[in-house]
Design a protein around this ligand. Sequence first.
Ligand code: 76R
Length: 247
Amino acid sequence: MSEAVNTLEGWFALHDFRSIDWAAWKSASEEERRAALEELIAFMHKWGDVEANKQGSSTMVSVVGHKADIAFMHLRPTLEELDALEAEFNKTQFAMYTIQTYSYVSVVELSSYVSQAENPEADPAIQARLKPILPKTKHICFYPMNKKREGNDNWYMLSMEERRAMMRSHGMIGRSYAGRVTQIITGSVGLDDWEWGVTLFADDPIVFKKLVYEMRFDEASARFGEFGTFIVGNRMTEERVNEYFAI
Ligand code: 76R
């Protein structure tokens, strides 16, 4: 049996994708819409306190295309907190105008292929990566992925050395995008339908295209990457919420 790589786990993640029932939204009264938006904005304000207390991080985006209209990404220390947060949102007036079209449950993951921390609990850099504050970039890209298990292309039958060499090469490409993109890898084996969630943050959406394209030529992705649906969005601020939902 090949050796499983050691991983460190951090905060749990919920990606929550919603479509807006625009017909219901348009037919609601001005008063109802205002109350619903106030509740949504109050919900968003709470995230600031959560971040300040280092108890998680959240962000909201508007999604371009049919897959959703808006999406939330929440990080929290436990699955129970994510569950409570989802239920809290579902009970708002605003949520009555939304339909959940997709969601993804995973946990922030750092593997030890490329570097190994001596004492991760006491290493502030590792802790900051396991419990990250979500970047406030203009754009976010999310997709789930697997590593292939087919015939000779079975990632899980490779030796640790082979996998490490490929992850080094993968990491080198990734690092050449430093400063232009931030990645958060969340593991979802045993939690959701794919093996990882990939969330990328950038101010220039073309960087998503260039990075993902370049990785397609690298063995870890070229031979072993299998990809789910790609979703791209624009970060929502309070001001953008009011603009986006104005009738
Ligand atoms: O954590 C590190 O920085 C060390 C190097 C590294 C690892 C171990 C790293 C770097 N990644 C790692 C693990 Mn990654 N990553 C992806 C995708 O579209 C594709 O082809 C793949 C989707 C992107 C775009 C990306 C970006 N990475 C992983 C894993 C777990 C694999 C396993 O355990 O088998 C997956 C699924 C995955 C996928 N990667 C980087 C990036 C970027 C931008 C970096 C550089 C990060 C930095 O240095 O800040």
